[in-house]
Design a protein around this ligand. Structure first.
Ligand code: C2E
Ligand code: MG
Ligand code: MG
Ligand code: MG
Length: 279
């Protein structure tokens, strides 16, 4: 009896695995097709300064699926990373961001805007990543300092030596770097000073708890103080309420991003916002 129960459990397990594998394979197939059919789109979420002027945006990928509608990156980026599809997708994001910066440079109204893009570990650690970036920047003739790469702590810690040398090579080209989701990773503070970072992004989990969890207020103040002392810019992500905004402002945060100002939106909506803000 024990034997057959074991066998049944085993069979059930196989079936569950098979269902999951089939779903993965189907999604992988769809992602290939999405790339070929140009179904990805960048959404733009504004970033504002202390005068509530829009200084730029973070570009966030969306999969605009013909029948499922707008699909969140959380639903497909992990598989894209696991399969290597993140390489062509990442290059598509980089090119699209450069095209947008090229277009913005043509108008006095938008020429000052910066654009941040997210980079996956697999993409960053490609042997020719620096060359790809420099080629793409040259191809679209953009001012490199308008382009910002968002890296995560886990990416950086994967191979700290390679990260440091790659970041320096990219700094030579003139691009900028932000540390995304700061405070959530295996923060060893020692590495922070080794990296040529321009900006720290306070993770939204701390911002969310302002006024709720006193220790998170202390973490936020500490991150702001650290950024200031290291000569880095500091931006809070996930700002949703006036209370959070005021707290951050009072503690000398530089920049803000969150639903309080705008959700990530299409390029048309983003540009309409810029237009109306200027008047
Ligand atoms: P992230 O880079 O930390 O991006 C911030 C996420 O927080 C975005 O989710 C954004 O929509 C969301 N967010 C912004 N403000 C608020 C707010 O006030 N409240 C709340 N609740 N959420 C807010 P999204 O667009 O779903 O992206 C999720 C993650 O997917 C990103 O986190 C990033 O890690 C990844 N991702 C997005 N686009 C790309 C891409 O082009 N390439 C790569 N490799 N990863 C990407
Ligand atoms: Mg980001
Ligand atoms: Mg983030
Ligand atoms: Mg995040």
């Amino acid at each position: 009896a024990a034997k057959s129960a074991g066998r049944n459990t085993h069979r059930f397990y196989d079936m569950a695995m098979q269902v999951e594998l089939d779903a993965r394979n189907a999604l992988e197939h769809d992602l290939h097709y999405a790339l070929a059919q140009d179904q990805f789109e960048l959404y733009y979420q504004m970033q504002v300064n202390n005068a509530t002027q829009v200084i730029g945006a973070e570009a966030l990928i969306r999969w605009v699926h013909p029948s499922h509608g707008v699909v969140s990156p959380l639903a497909f980026i992990p598989l894209a990373e696991a399969t290597g599809l993140i390489l062509p997708i990442g290059q598509w994001v980089l090119e699209s961001a450069c095209v947008q910066l090229h277009l913005w440079a043509k108008s006095a109204r938008t020429r000052h805007l910066q654009l941040a893009i997210n980079v996956s570990a697999r993409q960053f650690y490609q042997a020719n990543f620096v060359e790809q970036v420099s080629k793409t920047i040259a191809k679209f003739m953009i001012a490199p300092e308008r382009l910002k790469f968002e890296l995560t702590e886990s990416l950086v810690l994967d191979d700290i030596e390679d990260t440091v040398s790659k970041m320096h090579a990219l700094k030579k080209i003139g691009v900028r770097f932000a540390m995304d989701d700061f405070g959530t990773g295996q923060s060893s503070l020692a590495y922070l000073t080794q990296l040529p970072l321009d900006q720290l992004k306070i993770d939204q989990s701390f911002v969310r708890n302002l006024g709720v969890k006193p220790t998170d207020a202390i973490i936020v103040q500490t991150i702001i103080g650290m950024a200031n002392n290291l000569g880095m810019e500091v931006i809070a992500e996930g700002v949703e309420t006036e209370f959070q905004h005021l707290f951050l402002k009072q503690h000398e945060c530089d920049l803000y991003q969150g639903y309080l100002f705008s959700k990530p939106v299409t390029i048309d909506t983003f540009e309409a916002c810029i237009q109306s803000a200027i008047g």
